[in-house]
Design a protein. Structure first.
Lengths: 243, 402
């Protein structure tokens, strides 16, 4: 199994006034391509900081982050933006859709930012709208969509650049149980296609569905537990490879 | 980002908040409109004065007694005393110069005109028949003074339109006898109304032959000699020849001032051009104010849209990409404001032209271009800071704002 993410000796310290807060302490972690990982733990345990670090939105104070064998901590911010654009998809708790853009335009946004040709964009958006059952919602703005539809738009947007991993920060936190379940199934389907799924969640039931659970406390991983029933080894390496 | 996408994204962002966008456009429009209108007024004043001076007569060279220390036109010329006066003989000598077409001597004094029991104080101008051609004067009735020996004039007078109205009212003036000072004259002509003029108002003048005027005012000197050159290109030659002839006749002393209409025009042109420039500068301040408003509104916009900026970064936008998005928005709003302002300014100038048809209130091209360019530059300049701030936002913090 190819190691996709490798963290070694990661420290992240925030300065709040005079006091130092160690959000992450000497974190060592490696995640293989195609894994389904749930990150759990109490508030302030460093879950979100870890996710931001993995998504290259934040830099560690010390330590090494290798993404697909490449040291990404020393990249310039423009190079990091390129990695985010091509390899990483984000799904947020509060969806973060641009309110003035339609569903289709929101989905197309990463491709617009990457400078992709309109013809290619339109084809992909059309396919994504179809895949996520949003065909008759394409021209609606986010405030005209239900919570579940909004999160489906957000997932379509996260996957439109065909990333190697999806980072989800409490993707069901603002949804009711039924819609949340539907969203999780979409994410799991993506994982089944070989995309690495890393999800921060408070919900123990949701976390239990993941193949691997990381329990964090005080900026360190307390438990790293794998469920043996359905390992990522069922996924063929070809699918896990970057497309 | 492709430029078409960039422009569309910025446009959507701008129109997404119509109040903000329209305020910005309004501020910029007022600035540009101020530049257009104020320069139209300034340049209109310049053109108006130029037109008035051109109506003095074409290819005019004027000889003044007394030497002027400064070249060109100065108020001192009007009051300087001279040791050696200009005489009719001087004027006659000048008419023999090759570059000179016509010469008209001028004597001016005040006297009283009376006829039919009415009395009025008037300016009396003593001159010769050529004066009418040199000054392009039109007659309402009759004719101007007769040509003949300058030293011996007939007792005839030509009166201005206003003098005619006040002395004769509705009764015919032509052929009537009037008393000017202690002499009697027969009226041979009435001048056409000259309208408003910057020069001596001919409506209130009485013209009599130069020799008679000189004896009336007990003088043998001239107030001015007006000369019409042979053409526009001959003006300089005429000026030089006139100076030489007078110098020769005045024992080698250059004791007169020769000015050309061009010099007078150039002085006024410079003066009023500077005025227009100054007015444009004042208007430009309003553009700078508009620029600062652009900056403020864009800064507010950046802080309102932090979540969006964080999202764009998470979706792979680079710092320079985000900078471009905000800069494009500022430029687009400034450009829209500049165009609206240009339209408003032209409209206001047209209204002024409608209200005052004699006043040519057209904004000069340079002012329009400078106004539009300044609007663009201020938009870019004051858009840079907000755009930089947006680009430097920490994506983690930006996203954590709900």
């Amino acid at each position: 199994m190819a190691t996709q993410i490798q963290l070694a000796g990661i420290e992240r310290v925030f300065h709040l006034g005079d006091s130092e807060v160690h959000a992450l302490r000497n974190l060592n972690l490696s995640i293989a391509a195609g894994e389904y990982v749930a990150v759990m733990g109490p508030s302030g345990s460093g879950k979100s900081t870890l996710l931001n670090l993995l998504g290259l939105l934040d830099r560690p104070n010390t330590g090494l982050y290798r993404l697909e064998g490449r040291d990404v901590t020393t990249l310039s911010s423009d190079e990091q933006a390129r990695v985010r654009s091509e390899r990483i998809g984000f799904v947020f708790q509060s969806f973060h859709l641009v309110p003035r853009l339609t569903a289709a335009e929101n989905i197309a946004l990463p491709m617009v930012l990457a400078g992709m040709a309109p013809a290619q964009r339109n084809a992909r958006v059309k396919q994504a709208l179809k895949d996520y059952g949003l065909e008759n919602r394409a021209d609606h703005r986010p405030d005209e969509l239900s919570g579940g539809q909004r999160q489906r738009v957000a997932i379509a947007r996260a996957t439109i650049m065909q990333p190697a991993m999806i980072l989800a920060d409490e993707p069901t936190g603002n949804l009711d149980r039924a819609t949340g379940e539907e969203v999780i199934r979409l994410l799991e389907a993506l994982n089944a296609q070989g995309v690495t799924l890393i999800m921060v969640t408070h919900d123990a039931a949701l976390g239990a569905r993941a193949h691997r659970q990381l329990l964090m406390e005080d900026g360190a991983v307390q438990h790293d537990q794998r469920r043996e029933t359905s390992t990522p080894s069922t996924v063929t390496p070809a699918c896990a490879a970057p497309t | 980002m492709r430029s078409a996408d960039l422009i569309r994204f910025a446009r959507d962002a701008a129109t997404g908040n119509p109040l903000r966008a329209s305020l910005l456009v309004l501020a910029m429009a007022i600035g540009v409109a101020a530049v257009v209108v104020l320069t139209a007024l300034g340049d209109g004043a310049r053109r108006y004065v130029m037109n008035e001076f051109s109506s003095l007569g074409s290819n005019l060279v004027i000889v003044l007694p007394g030497r002027s220390q400064t070249g060109g036109f100065s108020p001192g010329n009007a009051i300087t005393n001279t040791t050696r006066d200009l005489t009719i003989d001087d004027a006659q000598a000048l008419s023999r110069a090759s570059a000179v077409a016509r010469v008209a001597p001028l004597v001016v004094g005040t006297s009283e005109i009376s006829a039919g029991g009415k009395l009025r104080e008037v300016m009396v101008a003593g001159t010769v028949s050529q004066y009418a051609e040199v000054r392009n004067m039109a007659m309402a009735q009759g004719r101007f003074l007769t040509a003949g020996d300058w030293g011996r004039g007939a007792s005839e007078a030509v009166i201005g339109a206003k003098v005619r109205d006040e002395i004769f009212g509705n009764t015919p003036a032509l052929g009537q006898l009037v008393r000017v000072g202690d002499r009697r004259f027969r009226i041979v002509g009435v001048l056409a109304t000259s309208g408003q003029g910057l020069s001596m108002n001919t409506d209130e003048l009485v013209f009599v032959p130069v020799s008679i005027a000189q004896s009336m005012f007990n003088t043998n000197t001239l107030f001015r000699i007006l000369i019409e050159a042979n053409g526009r290109n001959a003006i300089e030659a005429a000026k030089a020849q006139v100076a030489d002839i007078i110098k020769l006749r005045h024992e080698g002393e250059q004791d007169v001032t020769v000015i050309t209409q061009d010099a007078v025009l150039a002085t006024f042109d410079k003066l009023l051009g500077a005025l227009t420039l100054g007015v444009a500068g004042i208007a430009a301040i309003s553009l700078a104010v508009a620029g600062i408003l652009v900056m403020n509104v864009m800064l507010v916009s950046v802080s309102q849209r932090t979540a969006e900026i964080g999202l764009l970064k998470a979706l792979g936008a680079t710092g320079s990409g985000i900078r471009m998005v905000f800069l494009t928005e500022a430029i687009m709003l400034s450009l829209a404001g500049a165009l609206v302002g240009y339209g408003l300014g032209q409209l206001a100038a047209a209204v002024i032209r409608q209200l005052y048809p004699t006043f040519p209130a057209y904004p000069p091209d340079w002012a329009v271009i400078a106004g539009l360019a300044t609007a663009m530059v201020t938009g870019i300049l004051f858009g840079v800071l907000p755009a930089r701030r947006a680009a430097q936002l920490d994506p983690v913090q930006a996203l954590s704002k709900r």
